[in-house]
Design a protein. Structure first.
Ligand code: TXA
Ligand code: MG
Length: 344
């Protein structure tokens, strides 16, 4: 593996050199991991079935889970997407560049391997300078799933990527810790209803306020019965560390400190600051910041889960965040990672 590190993103000469090198690798069919504002992605050029096959193999990703294409300018949509409705255009204009993936009808130029045989493709324009420069210099859209081994938490630092995929990819651009820490919101519009296939930083409230359209969360157990579109990836148990994840909700939260104290081998605890204050000091503690806020949880959850595995701890007790706004996305990921949910 050629490790490409951006030592100092402010140093424009170094940055350009590394990006040019990484773009050349992508153009030649290689695999390059790169930062986005959400999590690190593992990129391949969208039009190379051989590169995409290698990408699925590197991650151990099930072949029925489609990839998101990343663009640096809306003009690249013509290569990927056959048509768009006014509501889809409105969403694009409002939220790009940013953490919103639009599922749109694909063109013939997109190989079936990239979309797991679906007639649609998820597309987003990331809000990250390194990602945008990389795509732009490469000159073609880049398909990129999160740059983790399939089933593990998404990577929010270059080190996480190297741990999972270090010997399976051709290059890694290090842009430091990602800004948001949680994957993009994935939406699909049908009959002027916006279906959220995967919740993320662009919340249902933001989508409704911007468009005035009806917004429906479609990732729940009832989505399929309701005839809503699905993100194939959401059926997998995801984001799970090796440690057992016990989620505490509602009234159960007040038992976290006592439960942590009682366990024979001390677990880790991830909780709001006031809950943590009561947890004994010999327990590994990870803060969610001030009560009621979901941004620290969104930004740090995956890094905390990976650190807990690195420490060799086998159980983590996690306090739920209020499931509104960004908290809806955090709780979606926590429920998928959970071994057990207490308090409901
Ligand atoms: O923030 C993100 O979205 C990151 C960064 C790297 O951009 N990428 C990411 O990709 O999280 P991945 O592959 O880990 O997750 C993509 C999700 C999966 O749940 C997949 O099933 C869904 O998007 N998806 C992709 N294309 C789809 C399609 N055509 N129809 C429905 N769901 C789709
Ligand atoms: Mg992923």
């Amino acid at each position: 593996m050629t490790a490409l590190r951006i030592l100092c993103p402010e140093e424009h000469t170094t940055k350009d050199k590394y990006i040019a090198e990484a773009a050349a690798i992508l153009r030649n069919g290689g695999l390059v991991a790169f930062p986005t504002e959400t999590v690190y992605g593992l990129g391949a050029r969208f039009d190379s079935p051989a590169a995409i096959a290698r990408l699925f193999a590197a991650k151990g990703r099930p072949p029925d889970n489609p990839l998101i294409a990343h663009i640096s300018h809306p003009k690249q949509l013509t290569e990927l997407v056959s048509h768009m409705t006014p509501l889809e255009e409105r969403l694009m204009l409002a939220f790009w560049p940013g953490p919103l993936t639009l599922v749109l009808p694909k063109t013939q130029a997109v190989p079936a391997l990239a979309t797991a045989g679906l007639s649609t493709i998820g597309v987003r324009m990331p809000a990250d300078d390194i990602a945008l420069a990389l795509i732009s210099v490469t000159g073609v859209p880049i398909v990129a799933p999160s740059a983790n081994l399939s089933g593990l938490p998404s990577p929010t630092t270059a080190r996480h990527v190297a741990q999972d995929l270090g010997d399976r990819i051709d290059a890694l651009l290090d842009g430091g810790e990602t800004h948001l820490g949680l994957e993009s919101t994935v939406v699909q519009v049908r009959d002027d209803v916006i279906y959220i296939l995967r919740p993320g930083s662009i919340t249902r409230e933001m989508l409704a306020e911007e468009t005035g359209a009806a917004v429906q969360g479609a990732w729940g157990e009832n989505a399929q019965e309701a005839g809503a579109p699905l993100a194939p990836g959401m059926k997998y148990k995801h984001y799970a560390p090796r440690a057992a994840v016990i989620v505490y909700e509602g009234e159960a939260v007040k038992h976290i400190a006592a439960d942590a104290e009682r366990e024979a081998s001390p677990p880790a605890v991830i909780a709001f600051a006031d809950t943590l204050a009561a947890v004994p000091e010999h327990v590994a503690r990870f803060t969610l910041g001030d009560r009621g806020q979901a941004d620290t949880a969104a930004k740090r959850l995956y890094a905390y889960l990976r650190e807990i595995d690195d420490l060799g701890l086998t159980r983590v007790l996690v306090e739920a965040v209020p499931p509104r706004g960004l908290g809806e996305a955090v709780m979606n990921r926590l429920h998928k990672a959970a071994t057990r949910i207490k308090g409901r």
